[in-house]
Design a protein around this ligand. Structure first.
Ligand SMILES: [Fe+2]
Length: 241
């Protein structure tokens, strides 16, 4: 297995994962570890799973267009985002907790640190969760997120994306990544996407699927997540907006 090395620091398979330090993505310059990583023994709470949270997941949690609790509906292009969660052998992973967060249709997050003048939507929180079914399938109803500006470089805009978090059998097994849209014009100037090796980056892109599209209601996007092996989905370390 190849690897990315910063000094003595090795990070996974360099064909799949972005390096800790990617200078064009400016915050990695301060965030990348400068000293060898230390193995921290997991505590009991990290070794136990998100059991109570799993039991609290309801079908309504997977509909971001209506889960703000206002009784109203989010504004934007309705989309269905679905796919399978697979292990390295291509086998589906059932009953996994999948959480998502995203900007609204105007590219604005409900977050105090997001203050750019894109409008907020009172009927959209931008968070959702579901469990994979017995075939490893997750499914969300949401609105297509807008692009948003950030200050990484002049006129920098993030391609539209949805953040995904996956929980394995324990809190310590959380994985985080981002899903992008096939037809986005902004990939060329995004160092976060560019930091992922090109072949692996393709595996972060959802594809439009007309068979998923529901007439008179929502467009369908399909994206499978693979937890290992030659077609593994790249995952992140650290905080990414
Ligand atoms: Fe984001």
């Amino acid at each position: 297995m190849s690897s990315t090395t910063i000094g003595a620091i090795v990070r996974g398979d360099a064909a799949v994962f972005p390096p800790y330090l990617y200078e064009a993505y400016r915050s990695t310059i301060k965030r990348a570890p400068g000293l060898p990583l230390v193995d921290v023994p997991l505590t009991l709470s990290e070794l136990t799973g998100p059991g109570p949270l799993l039991s609290a997941v309801t079908p309504e949690d997977a509909d971001l267009t209506r889960n703000a609790g206002t009784g109203g509906e989010a504004i934007g292009q309705r989309i269905i985002v679905t796919g399978r969660l697979l292990d390295a052998a291509g086998q589906p992973i059932p009953h996994a907790l999948v959480e998502v967060w995203q900007a609204n249709a105007a590219g604005r997050y409900v977050h105090k640190r997001d203050q750019w003048p894109g409008p907020l939507d009172p009927n959209f929180l931008g968070i959702g969760r579901c469990k994979t079914d017995t075939d490893g399938v997750y499914r969300f109803m949401t609105v297509r997120p807008g692009a948003y500006p950030w200050k990484n470089h002049p006129n920098a805009w993030r391609p539209a994306h949805i953040h995904f978090s996956l929980f394995g059998p324990a809190w310590g097994t959380r994985l985080i990544t981002q899903m992008y849209f096939q037809d986005d014009p902004l990939f060329f100037q995004d160092p976060i996407f560019a930091s992922v090796p090109p072949e692996a980056g393709k595996r972060l892109i959802a594809h439009y699927d007309h068979d998923l599209t529901e007439a008179e209601w929502a467009l369908g996007w399909r994206w499978d997540i693979v937890l290992g092996g030659a077609t593994a989905t790249p995952f992140e370390h650290g905080e990414v907006r």
